[in-house]
Design a protein. Structure first.
Length: 572
């Protein structure tokens, strides 16, 4: 068996999204400006290419990009489509009502913002980084942290060439161990290394548990003139919320926090999707089905009837905000972007926060390099810089926003208004929440709510959508979705919750299979369990992390598959 290669670098950045690339670019530029000898900088990305795993709505505030690359407009940045119109629609089952301007909170105004593809933005940022001589390694999955006590000294990349049986194949290669003076974790939402580090070092002690949502998104091509380029529509009500007042025609809702969107990327291409808060109670909620219900609404039917679906994707969103941010620095490490909860859920924006977090981390690293000190005390400069920044001011002003809505729509709406006049405080500060896995209620009978039968034209089944995500994994590798206790699935989860994994996964990864009448016994001669068994279609996984978040027993663990596996997003 080959020996594991060990590579040394000065700065290692795990994740090639906006946060990680902004950190690399800013670090290079700040060191150059300070006439400091440039350390070696490595960026590693688990996707097959930069941007392959990037997904967001996305309406972007350009504030951070203005700071990172002031001349981005002349550098051919893929930030072209300014917001030209905006509207918020209250949907009922049969109709829609446009909210008057005075009812729209100031944080939802988008004048001066841009509609972007985060895939394209990440690709352009990678070009900017490479032009500065920064090394970017694609298709490289960081599987483990390398620790010396509480100090992070690097990461160990995943081995390749291991079969489903766990045995090395002929093409086996041990993953490289990358060691660095500073490791920056910019893995995106629910990063697997970040999760490990938070647990090991107690980085979230005294903080609110993170609150997540799942965003399900599609890109459509429409005939020119169907939907204006630059127009932004957000929706609330149907199919998610139980409204606090009677609205004619409003049917059963799934009582979830969230809403939909439509953005005009160009005169012929739109982004549309649905965000579903993962703190819902009903174990039969299926966010993909709720998205199909949204598209079944008359407004969306009329919009999409002559359109063509191009791309699909899904990812979790860290919505907890300021009070859910872990300590994002320590001996030898910093945490950026979604991994550290740099996202403003009230504004429905995270890209500018990801960029700014990377820039703040870079500024802290420059001082650490100058002092040759990478201790927790020195790298704590990152938090000092954050506390003095507009990013902190923005997040602090809405610090109780998402927690308010975790207590129900009526309370959330009331507290939302109070927060606007009290600088973010509201009725209580801080408002406490519980983790998303703990919010499910045990089922009462079988689900009888509406399920959409996909028509293959406007609504689609999960497999059809997954195909359009470009998802691909080497089939002969160990399953990266670990279920430590399969008996728990049968003996408790089936009875208590009805196996919610088969519903909440937006990619059809989890199936609950019941034996057919007269089925042959298992290989060990025992009869098949009539309660059924869990089947995992790991090859479908779009790396959204919902299963790692929402399983009521925390009995599903998402770990990285071989590098290069997963979705291959375009225009997302």
């Amino acid at each position: 068996m080959a020996d594991r290669e060990i590579l040394e670098t000065d700065i290692l950045i795990v994740g090639g999204g906006p946060a990680g690339l902004a950190c690399a670019i800013s670090l290079h530029d700040k060191l150059k400006a300070a006439n400091v000898e440039k350390p070696t900088i490595f960026v590693i990305e688990k996707g097959v290419a930069i941007g392959a795993h990037s997904l967001s709505g996305a309406v972007m505030d350009p504030r951070a990009l203005d700071e990172l690359i002031p001349d981005w407009k002349t550098q051919n940045a893929p930030v072209k489509q300014a917001v030209t119109q905006e509207e918020i629609l209250l949907l009922t089952k049969a109709g829609k009502h446009s909210l008057p301007a005075f009812m729209i909170p100031p944080y939802l105004h988008n004048h001066g913002n841009y509609i972007v593809s985060v895939v394209e933005l990440s690709g352009w940022l990678a070009e900017q980084a490479r032009s500065r001589g920064i090394e970017i390694l694609e298709g490289v999955a960081a599987a483990e942290l390398v620790l010396e006590g509480s100090r992070v000294i690097g990461v160990r990349c995943g081995d390749t060439g291991i079969g489903k049986d766990g045995q090395p194949r002929s093409n086996f290669l041990p993953g490289t161990e990358l060691r660095a003076k500073v490791t920056v974790l910019a893995e995106g939402v629910r990063g697997s290394l970040t999760k490990q580090l938070i647990k090991t070092l107690g980085l979230s002690k005294g903080k609110n548990p993170q609150t997540y949502a799942l965003g399900v998104k599609e890109i459509w091509e429409l005939p020119a003139g169907t939907f204006p380029a630059g127009k932004v529509i957000h929706t609330l009500g149907y199919p998610l919320q139980k409204l606090p007042f009677a609205v004619s025609g409003h049917d059963r809702s799934s009582a979830c926090f969230g809403g939909g969107w439509v953005y005009g990327l160009s005169d012929t291409v739109i982004s549309l999707g649905l965000v579903v808060g993962l703190d819902y109670e009903d174990p039969t909620v299926d966010p993909h089905n709720e998205f199909n219900r949204l598209k079944s609404h008359a407004f969306f039917q009329a919009l999409l009837v002559k359109g063509k679906l191009l791309h699909y994707g899904a990812k979790a969103i860290p919505e907890g905000g300021y009070y859910s941010m872990p300590r994002f620095y320590g001996d030898g490490f910093l945490i950026c972007g979604d991994s550290a909860s740099f996202l403003n859920a009230a504004r429905l924006k995270g890209v500018h926060m990801a960029l700014k977090s990377g820039m703040l981390a870079a500024e802290a690293i420059v001082e650490a390099v100058q002092k040759n000190d990478f201790s927790r005390t020195q790298l704590g400069k990152y938090d000092e810089l954050f506390q003095q920044s507009w990013a902190k001011q923005e997040l602090y002003s809405v610090r109780n926003w998402r927690a308010s809505y975790a207590h129900g729509l009526p309370f959330g709406a009331l507290n939302d208004m109070l927060m606007r006049i009290s600088g973010g405080r509201g009725l209580s500060d801080p408002l406490r929440t519980e983790p998303d896995f703990a919010t499910l209620k045990k089922r009462k009978g079988e689900f009888t709510g509406p399920r959409v039968k996909p028509d293959g034209k406007i609504t689609f089944d999960k497999m059809s959508d997954v195909y359009l995500s470009g998802t691909n994994h080497d089939e002969d590798q160990p399953c990266h979705l670990k279920v430590p206790d399969l008996n728990l699935c049968v003996e408790r989860c089936t009875v208590e919750y009805g196996n919610p994994c088969q519903h909440f996964c937006p990619a059809g990864v989890y199936e609950w299979l019941k034996p057919e009448t007269g089925a042959a016994p298992a290989a060990d001669g025992k009869p098949a369990d009539p309660r059924g068994r869990l089947h995992i279609n790991a090859g479908n996984c779009v790396h959204c992390k919902t299963c790692d978040i929402k399983d009521p027993y925390e009995n599903i663990l998402w770990v990285v598959p071989e590098g290069g596996g997963g979705p291959r997003y375009q225009k997302m």
